[in-house]
Design a protein around this ligand. Structure first.
Ligand SMILES: Nc1nc2c(ncn2[C@@H]2O[C@H](COP(=O)(O)OP(=O)(O)OP(=O)(O)O)[C@@H](O)[C@H]2O)c(=O)[nH]1
Ligand SMILES: Nc1nc2c(ncn2[C@@H]2O[C@H](COP(=O)(O)OP(=O)(O)OP(=O)(O)O)[C@@H](O)[C@H]2O)c(=O)[nH]1
Ligand SMILES: [Mg+2]
Ligand SMILES: [Mg+2]
Lengths: 265, 287
């Protein structure tokens, strides 16, 4: 932890190492150290520089009703659990929430999500395993015309899969049958423990869908999420939600200060 | 993958006749950044470079410098990664293999894959549910077991793992293998790590297999260390190797845990699973 004076070369090396270990890309870490060195090397400068480079706070586009949000991402990152957390967030505000279980592929995916939300005052719409995910979404939107929020869970799939991109495209087209505004959010869920792989996933996913924001999960781990700086820098995709545990309440809006504090130490 | 990158770095030495100490230092300095960009944990990069620094000696041209560098670096990486070896068996009865790892790393799916692999080798396999936390976790394992023609047994009772029931089952069972699928846990969840220590102490499994997401970032080394300190990890199974072109996490985990990578998961289907061999099948990871 740097304390009080200008950074020595050793402290600069230590800062570079700390940024790399925080999952910053090599080029981003070097650029930050360079910037800090030029601005005069002190702990306040470190924090200030990180805050300048951090993604800004961009709120969820959930002010228009009905609000439709898709959660997408690779396998096991926390999409399903995050959907349940968002269902809790919105339903506890008195909004009418529909949870759409559009993962019709993975074993027990339907059971998992319906169990996660069974205590919540929400409507669950799912489908048989192997059925068409587009049909599930269509039915959810068609049969709940008075709902306020639709939270759509999708199957995890490796980011380089063309099949994934095609399915995502299909789901977006289905939602557009109901309104040109849908979906207001397509959130890419990133597992913070995957580090820079999340940046590569973002590069892939934007080719197949209009990603409007990120969700960073498992921040209760020691991973610091440095890759979100590169994702903002190069793709202009902001971080919107942060998850830090397996309970329904372990979710919060992104705060640049909190992210920077955990990196700056 | 790491291999192709190292080959790229070495190609600049193709035209050289000798290898000086200065060449070696420059090579190691470039290799450092290459390994970092391949997502190897920083602490492992530094240790690995030290080992290579001691191993690499100036060459007078009898061996091509490029071939020499490749041989030493690949040799070191392959040695760290290890490779498939048959799983340990219990001479006195049911062999218990425990699958452990972070949330979402692929344990449940891997249990089915490993079970199917062992079944094709002639073993009678039971998939045992020992994750009391994940909603529909046992159901997921049960469905996967049915799909692959494997037996299924749930050892979850009232929100916890019923260890006595596992012991009873093991005593009476005529099966060869029990694959225990446990709950995902973070390397910083002390109570969950404690539970894991207790489980392994009470059951004395023949193998404790750490399922590792091939896409892990810098955290990989710390994760490996925490699990190694918690339970006697005997092997690594790399999951989602189809999702990564870097492969750094595999190297970090193998290095810190000191145990070999035994298998690699290369997709979501039960057949997307293969014994790990650093030269050929690791092409996916080492590239
Ligand atoms: N510690 C921690 N665990 C989490 C967090 N979010 C999700 N998990 C856990 O990670 C595991 C995977 O979560 P899922 O919600 O099933 O992930 P998914 O992306 O839907 O997975 P697939 O649908 O299989 O691709 C579960 O055990 C979750 O409880 C988090 O913020 N912190
Ligand atoms: N592409 C790919 N997906 C995989 C692989 N192994 C597992 N998965 C997927 O990864 C996701 C998580 O797998 P699980 O088996 O549920 O992971 P887990 O470790 O049991 O999760 P928890 O019990 O919540 O800790 C699922 O969508 C799996 O289908 C693999 O090798 N390749
Ligand atoms: Mg899911
Ligand atoms: Mg599981």
């Amino acid at each position: 932890k740097v304390t009080g004076k200008a950074l020595t070369p050793e402290q600069e090396e230590e800062l570079l190492s700390r940024l790399i270990s925080a999952d910053f890309s090599l080029s981003k870490a070097r650029m930050l150290v360079e910037k800090i060195r030029n601005e005069g090397n002190s702990p306040d400068v470190v924090r200030k520089t990180l805050l300048e480079e951090a993604p800004p706070v961009e709120p969820l586009r959930d002010d228009s009703k009905p609000f439709v949000a898709f959660l997408v991402g690779v396998n096991g990152v926390g999409k399903t659990t995050t959907i349940a957390k968002m269902a809790h967030l919105y339903s506890s505000r008195g909004l009418r929430v529909v949870v759409v279980g559009a993962d019709t592929f993975r074993a027990a995916a339907q059971d998992q999500l319906s169990l996660l939300v069974e205590e919540l005052p929400v409507v669950y719409v799912g489908g048989e395993r192997g059925s068409d995910s587009g049909a599930v979404l269509f039915r959810a939107l068609e049969e709940n015309k008075d709902a306020d929020v639709f939270l759509v869970d999708t199957a995890g799939r490796i980011h380089t899969s063309k099949a994934l991109m095609d399915e995502l495209g299909k789901l977006i087209r289905v939602s557009k049958k109901f309104s040109a505004e849908y979906p207001q959010e397509v959130l890419l869920v990133l597992d913070s423990t995957q580090g820079l792989q999340g940046y590569r996933q973002a590069l892939s996913f934007v080719k197949g869908a209009p990603i409007t924001g990120l969700v960073l999960t498992k921040t209760d781990s020691t991973a610091k999420g440095g890759m979100i700086f590169s994702i903002w820098d190069e793709l202009r995709i902001p971080l919107k939600l942060v998850c830090f545990g397996q309970k329904l309440t372990d979710i919060d809006y992104y705060s640049p200060e909190k992210v920077v504090d955990s990196i700056a130490g | 993958g790491i291999a192709r990158r190292v080959q790229g770095l070495v190609s600049s030495f193709r035209s050289k006749g000798v290898l000086t100490q200065e060449d070696i230092n420059k090579f190691l300095s470039d290799l450092r950044w290459l390994l970092i960009e391949a997502d190897v944990s920083l602490i492992v990069v530094n240790d690995l470079l030290e080992r290579l620094r001691e191993k690499l000696k100036p060459q007078t041209g009898v061996v091509s410098p490029a071939d020499y560098l490749l041989k030493v670096v690949f040799g070191e990486i392959a040695q760290i990664l290890g490779s498939y070896r048959p799983l340990a068996t219990n001479a006195r009865g049911l062999s218990i293999y425990m699958l452990v790892g972070l949330q979402g790393s692929g344990k449940t799916t891997t249990a089915a894959k490993l079970g199917f692999f062992l079944k094709r080798k002639g073993k009678s396999v039971v998939l045992g549910a020992a994750d009391p936390y994940r909603p529909a976790g046992a159901e997921q394992l049960k469905v996967l077991a049915a799909e692959s023609g494997l037996y299924f047994e749930s050892f979850v009772d009232q929100g916890s793992v019923n260890v006595n029931r596992i012991k009873e089952f093991a005593k009476k069972s005529l099966h060869d293998v029990l694959l225990l699928d446990t709950a995902g846990r973070l390397h910083v969840e002390a109570d969950m790590l404690k539970e894991l220590t207790q489980l392994s102490q009470l059951l004395s499994p023949q193998e404790v297999l750490l399922v590792v997401d091939a896409m892990l970032g810098q955290e990989a080394a710390d994760i490996a260390r925490a699990f190694k300190d918690t339970a006697p990890v005997t092997g690594i199974i790399l999951s989602k190797a189809d999702g990564d072109e870097r492969g750094g996490a595999a190297l970090s985990v193998a290095y810190v845990s000191g145990v070999p990578v035994l298998f690699m998961g290369t997709g979501e289907h039960v057949s997307d699973f293969e014994p790990f061999v650093p030269d050929e099948t690791a092409a996916m990871i080492l590239g």
